[in-house]
Design a binder for this molecule. Structure first.
Ligand SMILES: Cc1cc2nc3c(=O)[nH]c(=O)nc-3n(C[C@H](O)[C@H](O)[C@H](O)COP(=O)(O)OP(=O)(O)OC[C@H]3O[C@@H](n4cnc5c(N)ncnc54)[C@H](O)[C@@H]3O)c2cc1C
Length: 288
């Protein structure tokens, strides 16, 4: 329950943080809100020898709209996402998912960057980012690149982020006007991770679904972008048969394992129910 020994650094710029990361290689690790990393260090599941705290880096904070995109700094807290009127107006699924994360104490400290970079399949934001077609802006000492959220997750706690890279911001294309969005999550109690959750975004054109995306949380080693499920919705009026087919395909894409939240088949069933509810709510909101 006590972390191993480590050196602690609080750099004053991203460049300084990147230089520290480059110097310490696989022994270095950045810390943001600490609400995933510190519990892992206490359990000795993580034992970084050099801990690089990003909290003083103002360049990693803030929520902006520019050139058809929303850009959210990696150190923006979940609480700040909930409070943002800009995000509520342009991309309400972010608030909807953020209020379902843990409890207020965690959300005051936990950051968007930590949530998406962590690679924990139980984290809620990755599936939302996949649905929204988000990109992760990352930097090392010599270059910057953008990694699509849909290609970022490789396995539980394995991502496309290099060990010398820092996630600086998340970029989300501004959702088209009238897009319906919903995040549905079943959890056992406040403060728990999802038994299963689903993010859905969709657009209508004269009553026909013209665009859809579906992604699942905590029913596999990574967030699951359920492409086939979304395809089953496009071109339909979102009638009962189309939604039932999307639910079937989403359940097929899920790959849960048994744990304290229940047996695999139960979780797969819950994932289907979450998709059904999220499609219904996104449908009701589309065009509003
Ligand atoms: C009781 C409890 C319940 C929780 N329930 C939920 C829940 O229901 N849903 C949910 O989504 N989350 C949940 N969380 C996790 C919480 O949301 C975390 O705060 C979040 O996942 C990680 O964000 P952080 O800022 O705390 O990151 P940290 O813990 O500081 O870091 C997490 C990992 O990401 C890396 N990292 C952080 N920032 C960056 C960056 N900018 N660039 C590169 N790597 C980075 C770190 O090196 C570390 O490996 C819960 C946490 C607790 C303690």
């Amino acid at each position: 329950m006590i972390p191993g020994p480590f050196e602690y650094y609080r750099p004053g710029s991203v460049d300084e943080a990147l230089a520290l990361l480059a110097r310490h290689g696989e022994d270095g690790r950045v810390i943001a809100g600490g609400h995933s990393l510190v519990p892992m260090m206490k359990l000795r599941l993580a034992a970084p020898e050099h801990l690089i705290d990003l909290r003083n880096l103002a360049e990693l904070r803030g929520i902006r709209e520019a050139e058809g995109s929303l850009e959210i700094g990696a150190m923006t807290t979940q609480h700040e996402i909930i409070e943002s009127e800009l995000l509520q107006a342009l991309c309400p699924i972010l608030r909807e998912a953020a209020v379902l994360i843990a409890d207020p104490q965690v959300r005051y400290c936990g950051t968007l960057g930590g949530n998406v970079a962590n690679g924990d399949p139980g984290n809620d934001m990755p599936a939302v980012m996949q649905c929204l077609g988000a990109g992760y802006l990352v930097r090392n000492a010599s270059r910057q690149r953008e990694i699509p959220a849909r290609g970022f997750y490789e396995g539980a706690y394995f991502t496309a982020l290099g060990e010398d890279e820092i996630l600086t911001a998340v970029r989300i294309p501004c959702p088209p006007e009238g897009q319906g969005q919903a995040y549905e999550k079943l959890k056992r109690k406040v403060g728990d991770y999802a038994t299963a959750a689903a993010a859905v975004v969709l657009s209508l054109d004269g009553g026909t679904c013209s665009q859809a995306a579906v992604a699942l949380t905590n029913v596999g080693q990574t967030p699951i972008f359920a492409e086939a499920a979304a395809r089953a919705l496009v071109g339909t009026s979102l009638d009962e048969a189309a939604v039932a087919e999307a639910v079937r395909l989403a359940k097929e894409a899920a790959d849960p394992v048994e744990d304290l939240r229940g047996p695999a088949e139960f979780k797969r069933h819950v994932a289907g129910v979450m998709v059904q509810r999220a499609v219904a709510r996104a449908h009701a909101r589309a065009g509003a």
